[in-house]
Write a new protein. Structure first.
Length: 78
């Protein structure tokens, strides 16, 4: 396995009912991958295709890296 370093953008959630994409401001579709962890969610944007990790209890969401960032080859060390 190859390690990849990425910067994760994080933003605070407001008290609005809809959680909006930080890129295009459309409402996110929320997914709950683990029923034992209801405050931890995955949010996806149908408009711009961004993905987020959402911590509702902590009031934060983090934008996940795009595919091209994950596919980028690591720099060789000399």
């Amino acid at each position: 396995m190859v390690s990849v370093s990425v910067t994760i953008e994080r933003c605070l959630l407001d008290s609005a009912e809809d959680i909006l994409c930080s890129r295009c401001h459309e409402p996110l579709t929320l997914h709950q991958p683990d029923v034992d962890m209801p405050e931890q969610m995955l949010g996806t944007c149908d408009e711009c295709k961004s993905w987020y990790l959402i911590d509702k209890a902590g009031g934060i969401m983090s934008l996940l890296p795009e595919e091209r960032t994950l596919r980028r080859r690591p720099r060789s060390r000399r």
